[in-house]
Design a protein around this ligand. Structure first.
Ligand SMILES: NC(=O)c1ccc[n+]([C@@H]2O[C@H](COP(=O)([O-])OP(=O)(O)OC[C@H]3O[C@@H](n4cnc5c(N)ncnc54)[C@H](O)[C@@H]3O)[C@@H](O)[C@H]2O)c1
Ligand SMILES: *[C@@H]1O[C@H](CO)[C@@H](O)[C@H](O)[C@H]1NC(C)=O
Ligand SMILES: *[C@@H]1O[C@H](CO)[C@@H](O)[C@H](O)[C@H]1NC(C)=O
Length: 350
């Protein structure tokens, strides 16, 4: 049987690069499409190195998804068996400041991709959705059936894309689509060669802690210390990026095996909630660094406790997260201490 060809949009990014490595290791042939808007070609080079022999089965096209002509050239170059669609902008705060940028990039990019897939008869898709579509969940754990809402333009792009996927699948039963709702991806490949490389001020907790630990920032601000949680700080479901990448392999397997999948949604989380202070303590242990804290009031818009129900993914994808918080912190620190400036240099971050 010939190896399957997978097109990965946003494959130079944080989650994409880890998934591409695992795809290569599983024997898939991969073409990455990325405009490098928020990533570096260095990530692709490192994935090729890490993959060894299988590295030759990766190729890269620097293309913006909204560039219809260039995108169609990529689809014309090969027959793709499926697409994994990571590409998008994801900074929540920035999406509030620049909603049109987010609607244009995420929605127009996705629609252009879906049109190219239709034109070339590739109708299997895995899409990166987010736990953000649960808004402020009224109950935890979050099951896939909870009501959905958008708290900001970024979240709205995820909701709209999920709806678009359901609509096209309804209109044409040849489509098979899996929507994956990620909880909070952290950590890095255990080699320490690839990881998350935020430009500017990080939006998420872990990259922020990492930058404090390597001395790029002086302290971590903890927003909200009076939530009704174990220690008053916000609780989230952190998932090791390698487990998350595995979830994509499981989803692809489902698309290739299950003829009546239609359009299905799965949470990818661990099912466990961890507080900000618990993460800080674990990271201090893993790194041997003290993380100075500044306690601050709640940030408007933040939910108190969010964690996943993982039952559906366990039953139907035969997938579950294997790594715990200590391994997440260990691998995050391994990456951060080897690459204090990510893929760049101090100058590239000034
Ligand atoms: N990291 C998280 O916390 C998280 C949580 C839930 C969902 N997600 C989703 O997962 C996906 C991947 O996230 P990530 O953390 O790897 O982010 P990332 O920014 O590291 O990766 C996204 C990649 O997409 C590329 N890209 C953006 N717009 C593009 C365009 N128009 N054309 C081509 N390439 C484009 C960027 O250059 C980048 O390499 C995103 O869709 C994100 O919304 C991420
Ligand atoms: C690379 O892809 C080819 C098919 O094109 C496949 O036969 C081979 O096993 C792959 N290489 C590795 C090391 O996975
Ligand atoms: C860019 O990527 C980093 C992670 O590598 C992430 O923290 C940041 O939110 C991303 N920015 C945008 C605009 O998506």
């Amino acid at each position: 049987m010939a190896a399957k060809n997978i097109l990965v949009t946003g494959g130079a990014g944080y989650i994409g690069s880890h998934t591409v490595l695992q795809l290569l290791q599983e024997g898939f042939c991969v073409v990455v499409v990325d405009n490098l808007d928020n990533s570096s070609e260095e990530a692709i080079r490192r994935v090729v190195q890490l993959a060894g022999d299988a590295g030759k089965n990766l190729s890269f096209a620097k293309v913006d998804l909204r560039d219809k002509e260039e995108l169609n050239k990529v689809f014309a170059s090969k027959k793709f068996d499926a697409v994994i669609h990571f590409a998008g902008l994801k900074a929540v705060g920035e999406s509030v400041q620049k909603p049109l940028l987010y609607y244009n990039n995420n929605l127009v990019g996705t629609i252009t991709l879906l049109e190219a897939m239709t034109a070339h008869g590739c109708k299997k898709l895995v899409f990166s959705s987010s736990a953000t579509v649960y808004g402020w969940p009224k109950q935890v754990p979050c099951t896939e059936e909870l009501p959905l809402s958008a708290a900001n333009p970024y979240g709205r792009t995820k909701l709209v894309i999920e709806d678009i996927c359901r609509d096209i699948q309804k209109s044409d039963s040849e489509w098979k689509i899996i929507l994956l709702r990620y909880f909070n991806p952290v950590g890095a490949h255990p080699s320490g060669c690839i990881g998350e490389d935020p430009h500017g001020t990080p939006n998420n907790l872990m990259p922020f802690i990492q930058q404090v630990a390597v001395g790029r920032r002086s302290a971590l601000t903890v927003y909200g210390t009076d939530y009704s949680t174990k220690d008053g700080t916000g609780v989230r479901d952190y998932i090791h990026v390698v487990d998350l990448a595995d979830g994509h392999i499981a989803a692809l397997g489902k698309l290739f095996q299950d003829n009546c999948i239609g359009c299905e949604v799965y949470n990818l989380g661990t099912g466990k909630g961890t507080s900000v202070l618990e993460i800080v303590t674990a990271f201090e242990k893993a790194s041997g660094k003290k993380i100075p804290l500044i306690m601050a009031s709640r940030r408007p818009g933040d939910a108190e406790i969010v964690y996943a129900s993982t039952e559906k993914a366990e039953h139907e994808l035969k997938w579950r997260a294997k790594h715990g918080i200590m391994e997440m912190c260990r691998d995050q620190w391994n990456w951060a201490s080897r690459n204090p400036w990510g893929y760049g240099s101090p100058e590239s971050h000034s």
